[in-house]
Write a protein that binds this ligand. Structure first.
Ligand SMILES: N[C@@H](CCC(=O)N[C@@H](CS)C(=O)NCC(=O)O)C(=O)O
Length: 267
């Protein structure tokens, strides 16, 4: 029996849903509503002290961390292998998934700066603070505070977009043979980035790769053409939330692009 604790639009949870879809693994889903603050409930923090999704419970055992969960699922379930069989091939996939883990905070930065900030600024001060004062990691909590104050002008945004630029450069090079990041086979390396790109696209920010990195743009279109994209990502985005993301993000599109172009000069 496999249970996934997740949230419809949470990118890390979507990463695991893509793996479940690609391997056709049945699961029971339990929604942890991140907007309502379910992640901070003491009983959920017993499962994941970091107060985050995803979590899986498989045969009574609990696992956190989307990359670790994806490797575990690939290892123990039948279905198409999502990593090469040999140690070197696995290591090459790991280099990308390690990168995904380290770049996730930039997705969070951009989402807070573009969408959550707009949402929270419309709320009373006390309610606003409640959304992030419970975040256990003090660095992440301080980042939220800074982004609430200055939004896209925060240095953490420019620094994050510079890291994106370095990533896109490396992906563009890796995709020269293609069609996937590590070559002919679609692997966990590709899976880990899909929901991150989907989030940036939902925030009207796809120009940061579309205007500069054509192979990366083609790769993402190939990812979107896979049935797992619909099952694990697109079908989970409530129409009203998608519209809301577009409405809030559109006025900031030029600013994001300009900040990205400035950040391109850094790396
Ligand atoms: N490194 C973790 C990150 C988990 C994470 O930060 N998840 C986000 C959603 S993508 C979350 O639950 N955030 C809690 C919040 O927004 O308060 C993983 O890959 O599983």
């Amino acid at each position: 029996m496999l249970t996934l604790y997740h949230y419809d639009t949470a990118v890390c949870a979507a990463k695991v849903r893509v793996t479940l879809a690609e391997k056709a693994i049945p699961f029971e889903g339990k929604i942890i509503d991140l907007q309502r603050g379910d992640q901070f409930a003491p009983e959920y923090r017993q499962l994941n002290p970091s107060a985050a999704v995803p979590v899986i419970v498989h045969d009574g055992r609990t696992l956190t961390e989307s990359t670790v969960i994806n490797e575990y699922l690939d290892e123990i379930f039948d279905g198409p292998a999502l990593r090469p069989a040999d140690a070197f091939g696995k290591a090459r996939v790991r280099l990308w998934t390690k990168r995904e883990d380290s770049i996730h905070d930039v997705i969070n930065t951009m989402t807070v700066a573009i969408v959550f900030r707009a949402d929270l600024l419309a709320k009373p001060e006390a309610e606003r603070a409640k959304r992030y004062e419970g975040i256990p990691d003090p660095v992440k909590r301080a980042k939220w505070r800074e982004l609430m104050e200055v939004g896209l002008d925060a240095p953490v945004v420019t620094e994050g977009l510079a890291r994106f630029n370095k990533l896109f450069k490396d992906m563009e090079k890796a995709l020269e043979p293609g069609p996937w990041l590590t070559g002919a086979a679609f692997t966990l390396a590709d899976i880990g980035f899909i929901s991150f790109f989907a989030r940036m696209e939902a925030m009207e920010a796809a120009g940061i790769w579309k205007n500069h990195y054509p192979r990366v743009a083609d790769w993402f279109e190939r990812c979107k053409a896979r049935p797992s994209y619909k099952t694990a990502i697109a079908d989970w985005i409530p129409a009203a939330r998608a519209e809301h993301f577009t409405r809030v993000s559109k006025p900031l599109r030029e600013k994001v692009e300009a900040t990205f172009v400035a950040a391109m000069a850094i790396v």
